[in-house]
Design a protein around this ligand. Structure first.
Ligand code: PRX
Length: 586
């Protein structure tokens, strides 16, 4: 089907086009819209909450929390400022210093938001951990971050942290949001807050001071900790305004989990710095519940993801038609390719098309988007934002890049230098350096640009897997499977899936003395689920006699994928053995 452009007619851009889109852009001008700390310096938490209180908006609702059992709690900007002040004072009392890492392993609960803001206030570094991770990814990230404090729930602590505490010498304090922690090094989050003052003066933090640490994955090695600084707030606020059309008083719902970058950049910082009310739903996806939230909370701006959109599409537009969604002014999507059907379905079911946006953990904020005032080309990620220079490039073998013409396929590159660009991978200078060539940040995504400057996503240049919007590194899963006594070799691929985009499929070669069987397949999947968590473990597992490898012993996942999908095997010259993933029976 030929998808036609969705033109931004006056009805679609009602009530009024975003005036910010009309002003000439410069990062200096965007920075000048921030208040800055009273004594000088820049701090994300000040811009997010304290500034709103100082401006007289303290009684506005900052956070409306919808509990999974029907609870409903509201926090005004003033309350959020006071609670985060208490947490900041508590951290000070525990001896936490600026630059120290504070991890939070929790679902979408109010304490997460208080902890994030309090951490930023003392100049420490906030590092969220996805609550569906199993013990192994949690341990790896806590160890790599050298976190001194972990905020979590009693259940998550018991299941994922407690037994590993001895292996985490830097972790001094575990603060339980719902327990009293009657053991050394574990205490109650609320007891800590209770004794602290509501008042806290944010000390000087410089724009380049570290603020956020987000773990992400590459093809090889353990997860990488992408470092972001306080200056990133310039981009969070600006993109919240210009891309998501956030205005003071808006009711805004970001469905992303704050265990990942979207749930922090756009689930905390962008809405609060723009004076919106943030809706947080603790429950997991449920089509009827989601429509009820959109309707009852009178959501104005909605940011969600293609996996959820596909599930809503499956549930049928009929569910939406009985709802009054007239408050919804803008809907956007991120994290994986948004198919043209999804864009147009939004228009039919919600009365608003989904606006696709593109960015990464490393870019910190939206870089390419279908903005409120720009015509949408369904299937395209949109155009680079003001202040962002993008290109399609080919890496030269001798170093440097060639910039390609419209229509050519190549790697998406961004000219380095915007405020939310990551400032490093924790303890891995070399990997950071490799991301940059001749002043360009190379994204690892393959894309093409049309003659009008719209970018179209083609795929990844590497082997990382996107499942239900979560970026998963194959190496982390392979390493866990290799710990099983029956496994000799393991290779993971992303296998296309109608809902999750991709599911994780494992190929496993067994050690001598072990034979493939259904029972062993189930055991291995169960083993991976227990260690890694269900969101990260393989959903399918196939036994193979041998895995295709390069002469240096690297698994050629490209060949596993090509074989699985019936694609041409391509260049086999690097193959060490002649087994592009043979089954044992072959
Ligand atoms: O491959 C791209 C895909 O998600 C990757 C970034 O994932 P992560 O670092 O987890 O950041 C998630 C928050 C944005 C990208 O390299 N991706 C992201 N947005 C899109 C996308 N793929 C296609 N279309 C998008 N709009």
């Amino acid at each position: 089907m030929n998808w036609t452009t969705i033109r931004k007619t006056p009805e679609l851009s009602e009530p009024a086009p975003n005036p910010a889109d009309a002003t000439p852009f410069s990062w200096e001008a965007a920075r000048a819209e921030l208040e800055g700390l009273p004594g000088g310096g820049l701090n994300i938490a000040h811009e997010a909450v304290d500034r709103q209180v100082r401006a007289g908006h303290g009684e506005m609702i900052a956070l409306r929390w919808l509990g999974k059992n029907g609870e409903r709690r509201e926090f005004s900007y003033a309350e959020l400022a006071r609670s985060s002040n208490r947490f900041a004072n508590g951290l000070n009392r525990l001896g936490i210093q600026r630059g120290d890492r504070i991890c939070v392993l929790a679902g979408r609960i109010p304490e997460l938001y208080i902890a994030a803001l309090g951490t930023l206030k003392i100049g420490a570094v906030f590092c969220p951990l996805f609550s569906a991770f199993g013990p192994e990814p949690v341990r790896v990230r806590l160890a790599k971050s050298r976190a001194r404090v972990l905020v979590t729930t009693a259940l998550l602590h018991e299941r994922k942290v407690r037994a590993q505490r001895a292996a985490l010498p830097d972790l001094e304090h575990v603060l339980l949001t719902d327990g009293d922690g009657a053991e050394p090094g574990v205490c109650s989050f609320h007891a800590l807050l209770e004794t602290e003052s509501n008042q806290f003066a944010i000390p000087f933090t410089a724009p380049e001071d570290w603020a956020l640490l987000h773990f992400t994955s590459g093809t090889t090695g353990s997860p990488k900790g992408a470092i972001h600084v306080h200056d990133a707030v310039v981009a969070h606020r600006m993109t919240g305004r210009r891309v998501l059309d956030l205005r003071p008083g808006d009711i805004y719902w970001c469905t992303a989990d704050p265990g990942w970058v979207t749930g922090v950049s756009y689930g905390i910082i962008a809405p609060l710095t723009n004076g919106a009310t943030l809706v947080v739903d603790e429950a997991e996806f449920d089509a009827s519940r989601w429509y009820a939230i959109l309707e009852r909370e009178r959501v104005n701006v909605w940011y969600t993801a293609p996996t959820a959109i596909r599930m809503l599409m499956k549930a049928g537009a009929g569910l939406a038609r009985n709802r009054d969604l007239s408050a919804l002014r803008f809907a956007a999507s991120v994290g994986e390719p948004l198919h043209p059907e999804g864009v147009v379905w939004g228009l039919e079911a919600l009365g608003q098309p989904f606006h696709d946006t593109w960015w990464q953990t490393e870019t910190g904020a939206i870089m390419i988007a279908n903005t409120p005032t720009q015509d949408i080309r369904p299937g395209s990620m949109g155009r680079p934002l003001p202040g962002i220079e993008a290109a399609i490039v080919r890496r030269r073998t001798e170093g440097g890049v060639d910039l390609l013409e419209p229509g050519a396929e190549g790697e998406l590159a961004l000219r380095a230098g915007w405020p939310s660009l990551f400032r490093g991978y924790l303890d891995d200078e070399e990997r950071y350096r490799q991301c940059f060539v001749a002043g360009w940040y190379l994204t690892g995504d393959l894309a093409t640009r049309d003659a009008d400057g719209y970018y179209w996503f083609l795929g990844r240049a590497d082997d990382v897997i996107k499942t239900a919007g979560h970026l998963i590194g194959p190496f982390e899963i392979e390493s866990v499977l290799l710990e099983h006594p029956a496994v000799a070799e393991a290779g993971m691929i992303g296998k296309p899936d109608d809902f999750a985009g991709q599911i994780i499929k494992a190929f496993v070669a067994l050690k001598p003395g072990h034979a493939p069987s259904d029972a062993l397949r189930k055991e291995l999947i169960g083993f991976a689920r227990t260690r890694l968590g269900p969101a990260v473990a393989p959903r399918e597992l196939e036994f193979v006699a041998d895995l295709p490898k390069t002469r240096s012993g690297k698994i050629m996942r490209r060949l596993l994928r090509a074989r699985e999908l019936g694609l041409p095997l391509g260049d086999l010259s690097a193959l060490e053995n002649n087994a592009p993933g043979k089954t044992p029976e072959n």
